[in-house]
Write a protein that binds this ligand. Sequence first.
Ligand code: TMP
Length: 232
Amino acid sequence: MSASQEALPQINSPKHVINAASTQGRFISFEGTEGVGKTTAIEQLCTHLQDNGIEYLCTREPGGSPFAERLREILLDPATNINDDTELLLLFAARCDHIQQVILPALQAGTWVICDRFTDSTIAYQGYGRAHGDEAVRAKIDALIEQFVPQLPELTLWLDLPVLEGMARANKRSAADRFEQQATEFFTWVHKGFDTLATQYPERMQRIDASGTTDEVSTRIWQAVKESFSLG
Ligand code: TMP
């Protein structure tokens, strides 16, 4: 079994489901530039969900289904030499499979889906970072989404940290992947993309201050989730 297959999401075993009347799971995405602490933040949110008896599925993009995980390997491999259009198409292919195979079935089963990155990353990284033009990327995303999902994530948590601070954290972690190898200017544009999206969609996209301790960030996130979904 490859490392990427081992990393595939697993549905947790809930003790009980918090809202038996709800048939549709909730869809939450996490966004941010490199090194903002999404992985830890997601783990902590999942602990809260589990403690509240909410069935959830943790997944990620690019990836999240066996086929999309194979594309992720290609997309993140520094040895991959592709142009920006090919990159965008591979991301869409991965997302299409992920939505069909994983996200929609989970939501329909009443499972909450917690996704590490979703379409906002495409607008920020490909639209702003690669300078495709965010409107062009958005039109392609909208066409894809309309076919498969009734809505975007109901709640998107944008973990916001100064770009250089995040990059310094990410550089300490491991060898840089194909995206992490981009110059600071690229990530400054990506950050601008997230900032613009948060301004455009204030209801859906909440900016979370990602500075401070793990517990402080986790508390901010849980507060936002509780308020958004009227949890006790
Ligand atoms: P991550 O799992 O460490 O966040 O790495 C995924 C990388 O893929 C990250 O650098 C952002 C990039 N990415 C895009 O460029 N566009 C996308 O649509 C998605 C989902 C991710």
